[in-house]
Write a protein of this length. Structure first.
Length: 337
């Protein structure tokens, strides 16, 4: 399925916050997230209503986020945005703690599909509150491909050598390559599967301009290269390219694509639990989710997302057989000549 994302007017955030407890101005919510989750359209009303300041740090990959959380033992951040495949990894390291849902009454606003997410529950407690969903699709230039692109194999086509950008991410590259190869379970690979995926990704290297880390870096590389194809980090990159004037299409190829569900998870190093719970509650206001969808193209968890009609083409992220092995294989791919 194909979605052509275009620039959308920003509308004002209306209504009042359901949780309006006043906090001292020095109080903070220290976010560590992917881009698009801490925009002024909803940060400013939150700060004004609660007195809690929002400090956002953005990451380029799930690997970087995990490394930084391990490096500080969670002390540097209060909330992180992680997808549902990662809870086991963070919990095993003791890096996250459960929420008090009594302090997040807006969980009642969650759509039925997101009311209970087993992957974000551990021992009966909620470690993740769903905030956004989307995909890792393919972006192509409409002038270079007037008839469209229907298969991921375009990223392996010699005719496109020197025009391809790919995400630098161990787990998602391995999962996506497994999907392209048609493997039965892209999250539980056998030794033989790993070898096939590794060779597939090594084969791709000769056609790449570069790998990129982070939404903005990928878009900037597109602007400053001969890129016409990109293994994308998601809908936000298509919105950004459209806003910069590029005629592109965001598509989920015929083989399918990775679907993700991001959540807010609370770090063991949380400093102000009241502000943190207030922020998560604010994020579940219908207006916040709708604004995020309008601005960034992500699906939200509190209202139906206009224009995102390809969920049935997605393979939703799940925990994998051996994350460390995936990182090792990815490093071998990048080191290959």
């Amino acid at each position: 399925m194909t979605m052509h994302l275009s620039t959308t007017a920003v509308f004002a955030l209306a209504g009042s916050l359901a949780l309006g407890a006043q906090a001292a101005s020095a109080q903070q919510v220290r976010l560590f997230s992917f881009e698009g989750y801490a925009e002024p359209e909803w940060v400013e009303p939150f700060e004004e209503a609660t007195g809690c300041e929002v400090e956002a740090t953005y990451t380029g990959s799930v690997d970087e986020m995990f490394a930084r959380m391990v490096g500080s033992d969670g002390a540097d951040f209060d909330l992180i945005s992680i997808d549902t495949s990662l809870f086991g990894r963070y919990h095993e390291q003791g890096l996250i703690v459960p929420f008090d849902l009594d302090k997040i009454p807006n969980t009642a606003n969650l759509l039925p599909a997101f009311q209970t997410v087993d992957e974000a529950m551990i021992d009966g407690e909620t470690y993740g509150v769903p905030i956004a969903w989307g995909s890792l699709g393919l972006i192509y230039d409409t002038e270079a491909f007037p008839d469209g692109v229907s298969s991921w194999e375009a990223l392996w086509d010699p005719a496109n050598a020197g025009h391809v950008l790919a995400l630098d991410d161990a787990n998602n590259n391995i999962t996506n390559a497994a999907i392209v190869l048609g493997l039965d379970d892209p999250f539980n690979l056998s030794d033989e599967d790993f070898e096939a995926v590794k060779q597939k990704l090594i084969d791709q290297r000769q056609f790449l301009i570069s790998y990129y880390a982070g939404f903005e870096e990928g878009v900037n590389m597109w602007e400053n290269s001969d890129a016409t194809l990109m293994f994308s980090m998601g809908e936000f990159q298509a919105v950004d390219l459209n806003e910069r004037g590029y005629e592109i299409v965001y598509t989920i190829p015929e083989e399918g694509g990775i679907g993700w569900l991001d959540t807010w998870a609370m770090s063991k190093g949380v400093q102000d639990s009241e502000c943190v719970h207030a922020w998560v509650n604010h994020y579940l206001e219908n207006e916040t989710g709708e604004t995020m969808t309008e601005l960034k193209g992500y699906g939200n968890t509190t209202s139906e997302s206009v224009g995102l009609d390809y969920a049935d083409s997605l393979v939703w992220l799940r925990p994998v057989e051996d994350f460390d092995r995936r990182v090792q294989v990815w490093n071998e791919v990048k080191a290959a000549q």
